[in-house]
Each structure stands twice: as C-alpha cells, then as structure tokens.
Design a protein. Structure first.
Length: 224
C-alpha cells in the first residue's frame, strides 16, 4: 500500500473515527461473558493475571476489555503499519501498548511487558500472533508467566454469525447483532501445578488446552 494511504489511516481524525466505529459496531453484539469472576478475584487478592487468546479471536474482545482500563493492562503489538493502527485503538481502549514481537525487538519488548506485568499485575497476549502459524503458542507467554508468577487465563470468543478473513489466522469478525460469547478458561498456575514440566512442556500443555477452540472458519471468508 502507498505511503499516502498510511498517512491518512494513521491520522488522529481517522483513528478517532475508527475507534468509535469499532465500539459502535461491537455494541450491536449480543454479548455473553462467562467465568470472569475467578481471575478477577485472584487479581483483587494480589495475584498477577496474564490473559491469552488466539490472534484470530481478539476483535470481539475489544469492546468488553475497555472495562479493564482502570487496571492498566498491557498488550504487545507488532511494529508494523497495521500495528500502528491497532496500537492506537488499544491505547484509546485504556491499554498500555508495548511495540514489538517475537520476530522483531523480541527481547526488549518482552522485557517491557514483564516490567508492566510486575507493576500492574494484568496483561493480555496474542498467543500465536502477529504472524503465526495459527494455533502454535509462542514462547513469550510462558516466559512472562514464569518471571512474574502470573496465572495464565485462556480467553475464547465465538459467534453464531461471523465472517472469516482470508488471512494466516482466519481472522474472525462477528456479523452485526451476532450472539457473541466471551469465555474465560480456568486459571493455569504453573508455579503451583505441573512443576515437573520443563519450559517446552508448559508451552505444549497450554497449546493442547487451547487448540480445540481455534475456529476453522467458513468457506466464504472475506478477501477470498
């Protein structure tokens, strides 16, 4: 895409419009939130929480995650043109954005995430992003949990009506007025459980738990 295009889409007026458009669009969802209380109680009790979801399923989270803004949650977003746009939306939603990925500035960005997580005790992480492969847990989430004593909370979203992009992750966009479910899985505490597992064993354990929730997408996705 042209440089002029990105100048326009990254302008403050456009990003403000996009943020409010996403909120208005998401407002149409008939949203159900399940199993949120357990990890919220853990956080209120002084614990540290690392929320993790497949990259495919993060759009339905945007509207509800605004309710966590007062908790100063962090999120890692890639240093790309698309990432600039996503970061602006995340900032407006109350997230502390850390720019980087496993493929670029990985050590530095992971260090910033760990610092923020130790301080504010809440973060969100796209487990297989930003480039995939889909359904493969990246090592960063396990590293962050190890260093900060955080529990990992799997996050799943689903919709009864949705489009799926022709992208590496089959990115899901619920259709207007879809019934959307946001479900939090049981907390995973590697410090209290499964202590016999090595680092790779923990990564594979989390991957096995979450992979069944990865959605294959329909046959008529956006962009095909």
């Amino acid at each position: 895409m042209s440089k002029k295009y990105f100048v326009v889409v990254k302008s403050k007026p456009f990003l403000s419009f996009l943020y409010w458009f996403i909120r208005a669009y998401s407002w149409t969802f008939r949203l159900t939130v399940e199993n949120e209380e357990a990890w919220m109680d853990h956080l209120k009790g002084g614990g540290t929480v690392l929320l993790g979801a497949w990259h495919q399923q993060f759009f339905p989270l945007i509207y509800h995650f605004k309710t966590y803004a007062h908790l100063n949650p962090s999120v890692m977003i890639s240093q790309s043109n698309d990432g600039d746009i996503i970061a602006a939306i995340a900032n407006k939603s109350g997230f502390l954005t850390v720019r980087g990925s496993s493929s670029k500035d990985g050590r530095e960005s992971l260090g910033k995430m760990i610092t923020n997580l130790k301080r504010y005790r809440l973060a969100f992480h796209g487990l297989d992003g930003p480039r995939g492969p889909a359904g493969i847990i990246k090592a960063g989430v396990v590293r962050m949990a190890d260093v900060t004593d955080a529990v990992i909370v799997p996050v799943y979203t689903s919709a009864d009506k949705a489009w799926f992009f022709n992208s590496w992750d089959r990115f899901m966009l619920p259709k207007p007025f879809a019934r959307v479910t946001l479900r939090f899985g049981p907390m995973i505490n590697f410090h209290a459980e499964h202590q016999e597992m090595d680092f790779e064993g923990r990564r594979l354990f989390l991957e096995k738990i979450m992979k069944p929730a990865l959605i294959g997408g329909d046959t008529q996705g956006i962009g095909e």
